[in-house]
Design a protein around this ligand. Sequence first.
Ligand SMILES: [Zn+2]
Length: 312
Amino acid sequence: MIRKERLVVGHRPDGSSISLPIITVRGDGDKPNVFMGLTAHGDEITGHQSLWYLLDHLNEMRIKGLLKIAALINTEGFNYSIRGVPLSTIDMNRIYPGDGNGSIFERVAAKIWGMASKSDFVIDVHSAGLSIPFVLIHPAEPLIRDFMEEIAYSSGLTVLYNYDRDLYERMGLERSLSGTSVRNGVPALTLELPGFAGIDPTGAKAGFIALKNMLIEIGVFEGSKEAIDFTPVIKERGLKRIRVRSREAGLLQYEKWLGSKVKEGDIIARVRSLFGEIIEEVVAPQDGYILQVNGYYRTFTGSVVATLAVRS
Ligand SMILES: [Zn+2]
């Protein structure tokens, strides 16, 4: 059974309602119960095409548990294709558990958290710009971490631990949906799909298969898992993500591309001035793989040029 409804959280000054599109897929029973959120960042929409595929393929699977999907979290940023919220510095994925009596955005977060906290597993779907698709594991106690790892690896995608603790905290990731879930004992994973501003069709297909595989492993669906062989997947286990920054500013000319293996000292990208001169060679600080590059191809002093997957 599929139910589609809009959960009204509040209103805009013009009187139109700010509502969350909620899809409930219910099978034989209520367990296991998975909550899935999409587009907490308004410009990250590849997951929607993965969701379309998932809904189109439901009849091929036996549905055993319950899947509740918030098809849009950042209602405002989505309409204008921006990560955050217009006229605000709020990041919708850094304000959990929200506040039911707070601002409209804190109320949205509180509604989302109300659903997520009651579930057995949370999957938060994002896009990571020019990247390969990957599944992120947030820091957690060993018991819950082992379970999350098992589900993450079942996705068929690259699996990574998050940034080192100090950067994780500095970025406020403890207050993300996945971070908050894990801190409260609800296993959660963040699915990062490719997609720079729009939808990446290959990433969407990878996302669909990864979601289906994880939902089978969790036990919401009964069906057969599929391998992902049409986009780079890093099979090595025990990797985390790190950022590589430029010292100089300018345009970026990449020498290594998504999914490729790099050795310590390999040139990832050259920074060129507007006169065409090479002013810096940005090198890999350690062995790893290229996970994500800067889709703007422009760097300020200290901007992130690439994200690498390295041994944790
Ligand atoms: Zn995001």
